[in-house]
Design a protein around this ligand. Sequence first.
Ligand code: UD1
Ligand code: CA
Length: 469
Amino acid sequence: MIKKLAAVILAAGQGTRMKSDLPKVLHAVAGKPMLSHVVQVARSLDAAPIVPVIGPAADLVRTALDCEKLTFALQAEQLGTGHALQCAESSLQGFAGDLLLLCGDVPLLRETTLVALLDHHRKSSASVAILTAQMSDPTGYGRIIRGSNGVERIVEEKDASSAERQVNEINTGIYMFRAPEAFDFLRQLDNSNAQGEYYLTDSVAAARQAGERVEALLIENAEEAMGINDRVQLAQAGEIMRQRINEAHQRGGVTLIDPTATYIEPEVTIGADTLIHPGVHLRGKTTIGSGCEIEPGVVVTDCIIGDGVHLKPGSVLSESTVGDTCAIGPMAHLRPGTVLTGHNKIGNFVETKKAVFGEKSQASHLTYIGDATLGKNVNIGCGTITCNYDGVNKYQTTIEDDVFVGSDTQFVAPVTIGRGSLIGAGSTITKDVPADALAITRAEQKNIAGWAERNRRQQQKKKPVKREK
Ligand code: UD1
Ligand code: CA
């Protein structure tokens, strides 16, 4: 029989030490709100429902995690961790099974650790299983107080005697309970303690008094249980998360020249034999193929990049698709809706937006291509601009296969350029061009013999005479 598992995530605390208008749990670790990391680990265990308990700025949290199908519970007033779990009770009405309790500000916990806690809880038939850690400096944490019959209670730092403060096995704040039983223990809590709060930790003593078993499982790597209270810890957690992500890619065959300076978000995938230089940011749901090279300062967000692609320094790509063996940059800007079919070259200071390039078409220098569809083998000369916007509406430019566009051309859209045609350099194209035609809009050149010479002499005469010293 598959046992049922639900998860509650405490996330209603004020987070005052962040000194932020944003709720603490929405601060990002590796590009994702820390609460999303916690939700993800709960989801990896197939927990259902997943109930985040939220407080201040609840609407902001709901909106930020909207896509994650959660059952939010509200803790209007922050009366302590025990009270917070109580606020989730109505969301778990009718649920009977194991209850995993997580904290929204502990984003580094791994699935394997929680599976071990769940196993331990089930095998030992404990009422409560606490995830604990050995800390060389346990200051600030709740201490695990063991007696002859195992764990007896948890004492908070502020309520602990000096002897109890010597204990360095600490409460990570992560537990397995049984529901609905856990809620019975919560009803017995009071707030007669140093902080005047309803402590969830006191439910351990309540379980023991009821004759129940309480177990503790020591976490192997205490780093995982790190709680984030301020922005120093936020950066530390980011570093640890980044290291995990980067190591996974390295083991998957990706070369990172300097992993400490490579910023890859959790949902990014990268093919083997791709080489990534320092200072690269790969964000969102980006997919990178194999055998690519990504040079310093490249920022890619929500893109699909094929195999053998070369992204040169300083290029910025968003919501775009780049086919195999394209070369982009340096300093190119691919904006949303760019589709490069394959073997395309986009050179320095080229900007594209809602632009489809057929195979082998290229724009090598100083160009803007927006709201445009290009066929195959189109060559866009330096300084070409699609004039796609008249201040009110946007219009399409269509350029068919094998067109050669001379430098410094403007296409005033809407306009269609027929296949195989040639646009003379410096043209402003306002009308459609038939296939295989030459289109040219330059004024005719006039040469005036000797004019420059004469002009120079005249200017010389006007100059004031310099006095000798
Ligand atoms: C808590 C534990 C402590 C443990 C430590 C681990 C208690 C009483 N103490 O202490 O034993 O060592 O975590 O990090 O539980 N929260 C709410 N509503 C509240 C209060 C807190 O949702 O009314 C949430 C917070 O947002 C946070 C979590 O509960 O995610 C822990 O609260 P926090 O105030 O940080 O507890 P600690 O003092 O760190
Ligand atoms: Ca804390």
